[in-house]
Design a protein around this ligand. Structure first.
Ligand SMILES: [Fe+2]
Length: 293
C-alpha cells in the first residue's frame, strides 16, 4: 500500500496554478515568450498533445482573460505542494540525467523554468527529483532515478530520465523538491496528461500536469514552477536583443530546423525544434527550442 495517498501536505504556501496568459512587459524572460515558443514548436496542436487541460504552455496566446493575483502580474500563483510520499532519500547525486545507455524505458526530458511571485526566473534553485523505474519500483538502497540539479542563471532546468512506471495506488508521476536559495522547500509531484489513473488517484492535481509531446519515440515534457518567493516586480534593466545587439548569427525571422546551429551573445546553441525565430525567442530564453552547444 502506498502511503502517498494517505497523507496530505500541510503548512505550505497557498496553492495555485501555472496558467499564464499575461506578459510582464519588461525585457526579461516572460512566460508569454515561453508560451509562444511552445506554440511555435507545435505543442498547442491537438494532434501532438495528450490532453492537457491546464498547463501554461498549451494555452492559447493571450486570448483568455488572465487571472491576476496581487503579487504576480501574469496570473501565476505558486505551484501547489503535494505530499512527499514514503520514498524520498536525501543526498541524491548531482546530475541532470538519470539514464544510462542501457536503461530500459521510454526516454523523457522535462524542462522548464522556476519563477518567483513576480514571474521572474530564479537562478540557483535546487531541484531534487526522484521517481520509479520502468517497473514502478523505487530504488531505496541506491540512487537510481534520483538526482538533484540547480537552475542556471536564466532560471531554467532540464531533467533527462524515463517515463516512470506505474505502481499500485498511484497514477504516473515524478516527485520533486524545489528550493530557492534561502527559502522553504516546495515538495510536489508532476503528472502526465492522458493517464487513466489520473481520474482515480486521490492526490492527483491537474495543476501539476506537465505538457508532454512525442518526440521520435521519446517524450518531451515541460513544466514551470512558481515559488512563493518575493520579487521586485519592477522592470529590470535586463538587455534584450533589440536593445543591446548581443551579437551572433541568430536572427529573428529566420526559419530554423532541428539541428541548426547558431551563436547568440557569445555562446553556441543547437535548434531542438523547427520554428521561425521571433523577438522574445532568443536561444537563452527558450530552452524548449534551443540547447546550449
Ligand atoms: Fe511516488
Amino acid at each position: 500500500m502506498d502511503s502517498e495517498t494517505s497523507t496530505s501536505s500541510t503548512g505550505a504556501p497557498s496553492t495555485g496554478n501555472t496558467t499564464d496568459t499575461g506578459t510582464t512587459g519588461t525585457g526579461h524572460v516572460t512566460r508569454k515568450a515561453v508560451l509562444r515558443a511552445a506554440l511555435a514548436a507545435g505543442m498547442a496542436a491537438p494532434a501532438v498533445l495528450m490532453g492537457v487541460p491546464a498547463l501554461a504552455r498549451t494555452l492559447t496566446d493571450g486570448t483568455g482573460a488572465p487571472a491576476l493575483t496581487p503579487a504576480c502580474d501574469d496570473g501565476d500563483d505558486p505551484t501547489p505542494p503535494q505530499t512527499e510520499g514514503p520514498y524520498f532519500k536525501p543526498n541524491s547525486p548531482r546530475r541532470t540525467s538519470l539514464v544510462e545507455p542501457g536503461t530500459p524505458g521510454t526516454r523523457l526530458s522535462v524542462s522548464g523554468w522556476v519563477f518567483g511571485r513576480a514571474c521572474r526566473p530564479i537562478a540557483g534553485v535546487l531541484l531534487d527529483f526522484w521517481q520509479a523505474d520502468v517497473n514502478g519500483a523505487y530504488d531505496n538502497t541506491g540512487f537510481r532515478f534520483r538526482g538533484h540539479q540547480f537552475t542556471g542563471a536564466d532560471g531554467a532546468f532540464r531533467l533527462d530520465t524515463i517515463v516512470p512506471g506505474l505502481y499500485p495506488g498511484r497514477t504516473r508521476h515524478i516527485h520533486v523538491k524545489v528550493q530557492a536559495p534561502g527559502r522553504p522547500v516546495l515538495t510536489t509531484q508532476l503528472y502526465f496528461p492522458g493517464e487513466p489513473r489520473n481520474n482515480t488517484d486521490p492526490i492527483f492535481d491537474a495543476r501539476l500536469l506537465m505538457s508532454v509531446r512525442d518526440a521520435g519515440g521519446a517524450k518531451e515534457a515541460a513544466f514551470d514552477f512558481v515559488l512563493d518567493v518575493p520579487q521586485d516586480p519592477g522592470p529590470t534593466p535586463t538587455p534584450t536583443p533589440t536593445q543591446t545587439s548581443p551579437g551572433g548569427t541568430w536572427a529573428a525571422g529566420t526559419a530554423y530546423r532541428a539541428g541548426d546551429a547558431v551563436t547568440y551573445a557569445g555562446r553556441g546553441y543547437v535548434c531542438l525544434q523547427a520554428h521561425t525565430a521571433q523577438p522574445g525567442w532568443e536561444p537563452p530564453s527558450v530552452p524548449a527550442l534551443w540547447r546550449a552547444a
